[in-house]
Design a protein around this ligand. Structure first.
Ligand code: NDP
Ligand SMILES: O=C(O)C1=N[C@H](C(=O)O)C[C@H](O)C1
Length: 283
């Protein structure tokens, strides 16, 4: 290997990017810790849980079942903020809201996977993005982000000749509905048809609904068992139906995508980005 190639390999394999993981004991937090350690460019420098969590003081690697990492879980982001380059946050909207403010103050980039933001939390995201680079996505899998492009194509081709219905299914522990992914899919269809999602979304149906209005987008949420995350978008036209389906088979898919996003976001200037930007699907 020549010197230039050696330098390049060292640059990308030296685990130089220091990562903090919020919600370290959660379903995604544990996966993220493993994914950070698996990525040749990143290393876990801090792990944070909520105040009062029984996991505070425990070793993050042991909590994630990947062996001792010598990183104790703490309950205060500010206490470790100077030790990290990027914060990954898959927790709760109210927690992420505070974390965005702290990261903006301390100039630390973020990768956010938390779903279920309200309008105020979206405003905090927009404000923080003026100071730091943030990747914010309701889904970090390559397949879902590719599907968003396919949905835009289908929506453009059919226009409002096809009725669009979105069905998502998740585990019984999920606390927000519809999923962030279902919203992104609905947004992709609405944008391709020149619509504002707020004007055309119909969430579930019950009672004397009247006939279906042309151009609306139906969105339906199923909850049960341990389903990791399934999404189907139906384009129901006269004489034919197209269905675009994505099924997540492992949470590691989301975690590895989020860690990939950390290696990208660290090179960006302040702004709000999504996983399609990371994957180069918007180029
Ligand atoms: N964008 C994507 O690709 C994906 C996004 N998600 C989203 O990620 C989020 C988390 O999902 P999941 O891991 O299943 O949920 P969990 O409930 O398993 O994990 C959330 C974790 O955050 C912790 N937490 C709560 N408040 C704070 C706080 N103030 N500071 C630090 N940690 C805190 C919780 O602690 P405790 O339990 O003790 O309260 C818990 O450990 C959800 O919004 C989900 O929709 C999930 C998968 C993929
Ligand atoms: O809560 C989950 O589990 C998931 N949440 C994300 C969402 O709301 O779309 C992504 C994935 O489907 C799993």
């Amino acid at each position: 290997m020549n010197q230039q190639a050696t330098n390049q390999t060292n640059q990308t394999n030296n685990k130089a990017i220091k990562i903090g993981v919020i919600g370290a004991g959660g379903r995604m937090g544990r996966m993220l810790i493993e994914a950070v350690q698996d990525n040749p460019q990143t290393t876990l420098s801090a792990a944070i849980e909520r105040q009062g969590s029984s996991l505070v003081g425990a070793d993050a690697g042991e909590v994630a079942a990947i062996g001792h990492l010598n990183v104790s879980i703490v309950d205060d982001l500010v206490s470790i903020i100077d030790d990290i380059d990027v914060l990954i946050d898959f927790s709760l909207p109210a927690a992420t809201e505070q974390n965005m403010k702290i990261c903006a103050q301390h100039n630390v980039a973020m990768v956010i996977g938390t779903t279920g933001f309200n309008e105020q939390q979206e405003a905090v995201l927009a404000e923080a993005s003026k100071k730091i680079a943030i990747v914010y996505a309701g889904n970090y899998s390559t397949g879902v982000n590719l599907s968003l492009k396919l949905l835009g194509m289908a929506a453009k081709a059919f226009g409002t000749d096809a009725d669009v219905e979105i069905i998502e299914a998740h585990h019984k522990h999920k606390i927000d509905a519809p999923s962030g992914t279902a919203y992104m899919m609905a947004e992709a269809v609405a944008a391709a048809r020149g619509q504002n999602l707020k004007d055309v979304a119909v969430y579930g149906r019950e009672g004397q609904t009247g006939a279906r209005e042309t151009g609306t987008i139906g969105i339906h949420a199923i909850r049960g068992g341990e389903i990791i995350g399934d999404h189907t978008v139906m384009f129901i036209a006269d004489g034919e139906v197209v269905e675009i389906t994505h099924r997540a088979r492992a949470r590691m898919t989301f975690a590895a995508g989020a860690v990939r996003a950390t290696t990208w976001v660290i090179q960006q200037s302040a702004g709000q980005y999504n996983m399609q930007d990371v994957l180069g699907l918007n180029d």
